[in-house]
Design a protein around this ligand. Structure first.
Ligand code: SF4
Ligand code: SF4
Ligand code: FES
Length: 386
């Protein structure tokens, strides 16, 4: 048994005391084995100290997805986080930044709080989830018996199937903080589950819909936060990138945010220059393929003009280089044959085209049994869609 202090963010909207009307912090001391979970700690505090402490849970085994919270600032499942590990992380944070080595537990982010650690999943998570039509839409008459699907095709969607709808990725999504209307990582990962399923007959329609929603797949800024947060290895960002590749490369869908062209502009820019040459980025995004001059298309001119305030903000905040360094031609070249190495990386990536899928490749380089049965090359191509 060890002693732990849980610092819990509380909110009791029905409280009668004035000091409890708004959100406040409360600490609870609990005594449990370090291998038990933060959820066990919260339940002990609820049983022994304050029965009004609200926390949502059911399975206590990382299966039902009910107990999503933030622990030491990281969105995760309370039942999957051991007290000992959480205390070590709290101590590390205290050493680095000062403050107390308490395990900090807060409700998930990007969602309204109903009470204490219980958030409203309906308004942000489930509404967006329904937005992507999360069921199969097969075309043609149903088969006499069941649909037969090649095993390789299903392997491709296993990662998104593993989602337990806990909302940890939604809670940690930085794009959703900036744009609450963003469809978000969980719903888009679920969208890939059906886009990648050969039984679905609406692949192009689904991709077109998600590409042309201004809050759709191109709203993701590729920050990796949802990958860090996901307790089931779904890697929502990877599923979003797969949707983008299918839409932009395979189906030739042009999106309302110019996201595909912008992405391709980065790819071309780095391949050619080795590091990002921002002076060419906007032009290449809006007038791809036209070197040094703007293609006289109204939409390109409008897009460029519309990006100017963002570019100015970027320069002011130091995210973009200052104006003199933005002049085309000022960009510094990589030393020696470094540029050749960059191009080699591109060639190898294009040759192998392996898409990492936890359930095929294994974690940390360890191949699992599925890897023996399914060669990575055989699942490296985009899924066959009906
Ligand atoms: S990678 Fe995209 S979807 Fe995932 S948290 Fe970042 S912005 Fe959100
Ligand atoms: S993708 Fe992962 S983090 Fe997001 S809801 Fe599903 S299981 Fe939870
Ligand atoms: S209680 Fe079910 S996932 Fe934590």
């Amino acid at each position: 048994m060890s002693a732990y202090t849980l610092k819990v963010r509380r909110y009791q909207p029905e409280a009668e005391e004035d000091d409890k009307r708004g959100a406040y912090w409360e600490t609870f001391d609990v005594e449990l084995d370090p291998t038990l979970s933060v959820l066990d700690g919260l339940l002990q505090a609820k049983n022994d100290k304050d029965g009004t402490l609200a926390v949502r849970c059911s399975c206590r085994a990382a299966i039902c997805g009910s107990c999503g919270v933030k622990i030491n600032g990281q969105s995760t499942l309370a039942c999957k986080t051991q007290l000992g590990e959480a205390a070590e992380e709290a101590a590390r944070m205290a050493r680095n930044g000062g403050g107390e080595a308490e395990i900090v537990v807060e409700p998930m982010g990007n969602m309204p709080v109903i009470k204490d650690l219980v958030t409203d999943m309906e308004s942000t998570h489930w509404t967006k989830f329904r937005r992507v039509t999360p069921w199969l839409l097969p075309s043609g008459p149903p088969p006499e018996r069941e649909y037969i699907v090649p095993a390789e095709s299903m392997v491709d969607v296993t990662q998104s199937v593993a989602c337990i709808q806990c909302g940890a990725c939604v809670s940690s999504c930085l794009s959703m903080e900036a744009d609450p209307d963003f469809i978000g990582p969980a719903a888009l990962a679920k969208a890939y589950r059906f886009v990648g399923d050969p039984r679905d007959g609406q692949t192009t329609e689904r991709l077109y819909d998600l590409a042309n929603d201004p809050h759709g797949m191109y709203d993701c800024t590729h920050c990796f936060s949802c990958i860090d947060a996901c307790p089931k290895g779904v890697a929502p960002m990877n599923q979003i990138m797969r949707l983008r590749r299918l839409a932009g490369d395979d189906h030739g869908i042009r999106d309302v945010n110019n996201g595909h062209n912008h992405e391709m502009a980065f790819v071309k820019n780095i391949k050619k220059k080795g590091t990002l040459d921002e002076s060419l980025l906007l032009q290449e995004s809006y007038a791809p393929g036209v070197k040094g001059k703007l293609m006289p298309r109204v939409s390109a001119i409008k897009g460029l003009l519309g990006s100017i305030p963002t570019a100015i903000r970027g320069i002011k905040t130091g995210k973009m280089r200052s104006v003199p360094k933005l002049i085309p031609g000022v960009h510094h070249k990589l030393p020696g044959d470094a540029q050749g190495h960059v191009e080699e990386i591109y060639e190898r990536a294009e040759e192998s085209k392996i898409q990492l899928n936890l359930y095929i490749i294994g974690e940390g380089g360890e191949e699992d049994h599925a890897a023996e049965e399914v060669e990575p090359e055989s699942v490296s191509e985009e899924p066959t869609t009906a």
